[in-house]
Design a protein around this ligand. Structure first.
Ligand SMILES: Cc1cc2nc3c(=O)[nH]c(=O)nc-3n(C[C@H](O)[C@H](O)[C@H](O)COP(=O)(O)O)c2cc1C
Length: 349
C-alpha cells in the first residue's frame, strides 16, 4: 500500500498525535525506539493563522523527527486552508493531518475535532479546502461516528477519500463513547477493505502483541499507538521485532528505564524555555516510566513533587541505592495505595 510520503514500505508504526504528550522530545525518543512516523499534537487552525505564539511554538520540530505530520483542527474550511498554507510554507512537514476525532467539549462545541462528524459535507469541505491550500499530502484521523446512531465508519472514510485524503487513521470509537468500551477493530478491517488509500489502525494497543494482533485481524496498512507508548517507547522496537517474526526484545531493566527517562527529561529541558515548568510538565512521564517497578507508589509520590531535573536524578539514584526501602510494607500501608504495590510485591521478594 503506497503512503503519500517516504516511509518504510512494509507496515509503518506511528506514534499517535497526543496533546501534551506527543511533543518534540517524546517524538524524537519514539523515533529512536522504532516509530516510523510521528504526528504533532492537534493545533488550532485559528491559533496558527493568527500566529499565536504558544501555538507556533508547538510547531517546532527537529530533522530527526521526520517523517512528521502536523495535525490541525477547526471547522472553518477557510481558516483550515490558511493554517495549512502557513504550516507548509514555514515548517514543511511531510504531511498535514486533519483531526476529526477529538471528543473534548471545548473543541466539539465549535464543531471542531469529532464535532465535524455530525456534518459529513463539512468534513468534505474542510478536506478540500486544506488540500487546495498545500502541495503536501493531506491525511485525516477520524472516529467511527458522532454517536452510536451515527456510527458509520465506512461511509465517513469513503467521503474523506473522495474529498482528497491520502491516508486515514481510524480510532474505532464514537465521540459519545469518549474512551469507554473497547475499540472495535472489526471497523478498522471494514474500512481497510473499502478504501484504496492506506488505513492506519488505532485503539487499545497496550503491548507489542496487541499491535501485531490488530494488524493481522484488520489488514491495516499501518499501526498507530497512543497510550501504549506511555513510559515504554520501546513498544515500537518490540512491535517491529514481532512483525518480522523475531523474538520480542525484553523491556529494559529498571536501571536502563531510569536512564531513558532521564534522557527524555534532558531533551524536554532543552526544548522548553522554562526549566521549572518543563520539570513540572514532565512529572506525568516520570509516573509512567516507573509504573510497575517495585515500590512504584512511593517512587511516584517523590517524582510527582520534583521541580528540577537534578531532583529526578537524586530520586532515581536513591532508589537504585536502596530499592527495598521503597518496598517497605509500612510505607505502602501508610500511603493507602493498593494496585501497583500488590502487583509489584512478587518481584520485590
Ligand atoms: C493524552 C491524550 C491526548 C490526545 N490528543 C490527541 C490529539 O491531539 N489528536 C488526536 O487526533 N488524538 C488525540 N488523542 C487520541 C489518540 O491519538 C488515540 O486516538 C486514542 O488515545 C486511542 O488510541 P490508544 O488506545 O492507543 O490510546 C489523545 C489521546 C490521549 C490519551
Amino acid at each position: 500500500m503506497r503512503f503519500p510520503f517516504t516511509v518504510r514500505d512494509d507496515i509503518p508504526l506511528y506514534l499517535a498525535p497526543m496533546a501534551g504528550v506527543s511533543e518534540s522530545p517524546f517524538r524524537r525518543l519514539c523515533r529512536r525506539f522504532g516509530a516510523d512516523v510521528v504526528v504533532t499534537e492537534f493545533l488550532s487552525a485559528e491559533g496558527i493563522r493568527r500566529e499565536n505564539a504558544a501555538t507556533l511554538d508547538k510547531l517546532r520540530f527537529g530533522s530527526d523527527e521526520r517523517p512528521i505530520g502536523v495535525q490541525i483542527f477547526g471547522a472553518d474550511p477557510v481558516a483550515m486552508g490558511d493554517a495549512a498554507r502557513l504550516v507548509t510554507d514555514v515548517f514543511q512537514p511531510e504531511f498535514i493531518d486533519i483531526n476529526f476525532g477529538c471528543p473534548v467539549k471545548k473543541v466539539v462545541r465549535r464543531n471542531g475535532g469529532s464535532g465535524c462528524l455530525k456534518d459529513l459535507s463539512l468534513v468534505e469541505s474542510v478536506i478540500r479546502s486544506v488540500s487546495s491550500s498545500t502541495h503536501l499530502p493531506v491525511t485525516v484521523k477520524i472516529r467511527s461516528g458522532w454517536s452510536e446512531e451515527a456510527r458509520v465508519p465506512v461511509e465517513i472514510a469513503l467521503r474523506c477519500q473522495d474529498a482528497g485524503a491520502k491516508a486515514l487513521a481510524l480510532h474505532p470509537r464514537t465521540r459519545t463513547q469518549m474512551y469507554s468500551g473497547r475499540a472495535r477493530w472489526e471497523e478498522i478491517a471494514a474500512v481497510s477493505a473499502a478504501l484504496e488509500i492506506p488505513v492506519i489502525g488505532n485503539g487499545d494497543i497496550k503491548t507489542a502483541e496487541d499491535a501485531v494482533r490488530m494488524q493481522r485481524e484488520t489488514g491495516c496498512a499501518a499501526i498507530m499507538i497512543a497510550r501504549g507508548s506511555f513510559g515504554q517507547p520501546w513498544i515500537f522496537d518490540q512491535t517491529r521485532a514481532l512483525l518480522e517474526g523475531k523474538p520480542k526484545p525484553d523491556a529494559p531493566p529498571i536501571e536502563r528505564r531510569f536512564e531513558i527517562a532521564l534522557e527524555h527529561a534532558h531533551m524536554a529541558e532543552e526544548y522548553e524555555i522554562d526549566p521549572r515548568g518543563a520539570a513540572i510538565e514532565f512529572r506525568k512521564h516520570l509516573g509512567w516510566y516507573v509504573k510497575g517497578v517495585p515500590g512504584s507508589a512511593e517512587l511516584r509520590r517523590k517524582l510527582h513533587a520534583v521541580e528540577s531535573l537534578l531532583e529526578v536524578e537524586d530520586v532515581f539514584a536513591s532508589y537504585l541505592a536502596n530499592p527495598h526501602r521503597y518496598d517497605d510494607a509500612r510505607v505502602v500501608a501508610a500511603m493507602g495505595d493498593e494496585g501497583d504495590e500488590v502487583e509489584a510485591a512478587p518481584a520485590a521478594a
